[in-house]
Design a protein around this ligand. Structure first.
Ligand SMILES: [Fe+2]
Ligand SMILES: [Fe+2]
Length: 237
């Protein structure tokens, strides 16, 4: 029987050695806080990807789109594993969040089609593409080998996740009216503004906000991704 490649949970390249004793305690604590948050973001992305894949199946998506959705799920499993590895090397554990407090849907719209379209176009198409650009800029400025490795592992999939959102969204909305398509735009703007805030504020108000924070250049901070956070539902979803 033909075997598949490495399991999805295994990073593509092994993590570099890391001596946490070499870092000042304050910087170590900052790194732990940042990567715990990022780990939660990745787990949230994993949950969102499974929900979107399920909704696409309900909506009758063709196998090619379902396969792409499954690949995104595999990637997000690996991203959680990468973050867990960073935390373990830092001598820390992942945050403990009760299951009841985690995401249950990708939006509150009663229409499965509308909420899936918004998640695909705004969350994946816009959000993941923006975060891919930011991860790339952060990695370029990062000098810490372990953090550089982790950013590389996370970054290499995000551009494809953005393309998945656009392709699947295109399939889903192909028979929509122009008015229905235009109704997705406010959600995209919310996604962009949310991302902008997370990386340091509105860029048109301050040129400083476009710059990579100094802590990132040394690998002690991380961009908080906007992936579907905006549409994080209430627990009654
Ligand atoms: Fe991810
Ligand atoms: Fe992703």
């Amino acid at each position: 029987m033909q075997r598949r490649g490495p399991t999805p949970a295994v990073p593509r390249t092994p993590p570099p050695d890391f001596d946490r004793q070499s870092l000042p305690a304050e910087r170590l604590a900052r790194l732990v806080a940042v990567w715990r948050t990022l780990c939660e973001d990745e787990r949230d992305s994993l949950i969102a990807a499974t929900l979107v894949a399920g909704d696409l199946a309900r909506l009758g998506a063709p196998p090619s789109i379902l396969a792409a959705a499954a690949r995104v799920i595999e990637d997000e499993v690996r991203h959680v594993a990468v973050c867990a590895t960073v935390l373990e090397r830092l001598g820390a554990a992942m945050a403990e969040v009760p299951a009841e407090q985690r995401r249950k849907t990708v939006g509150s719209d009663p229409s499965i089609e509308r909420r899936t379209a918004l998640a695909l176009v705004a969350g994946f198409g816009v959000g993941e593409s923006m975060s891919a650009g930011w991860f790339a800029a952060a990695r370029k400025a990062c000098r810490q080998p372990l953090i550089h490795w982790a950013l590389t592992e996370l970054l290499r999939d995000e551009a494809r996740h953005g393309a998945f959102g656009i392709d699947a969204g295109d399939w889903l909305t192909k028979h929509w009216s122009n008015a229905e398509r235009r109704a997705l735009w406010p959600g995209c703007v919310v996604e962009m503004e949310d991302f902008e805030r997370r990386i340091g504020g509105r860029s048109r108000r301050s040129k400083r906000s476009r710059r990579i924070p100094r802590t990132w250049r040394s690998g002690s901070s991380a961009p908080q991704r906007a992936v579907l956070r905006r549409s994080r539902p209430s627990n009654d979803g």
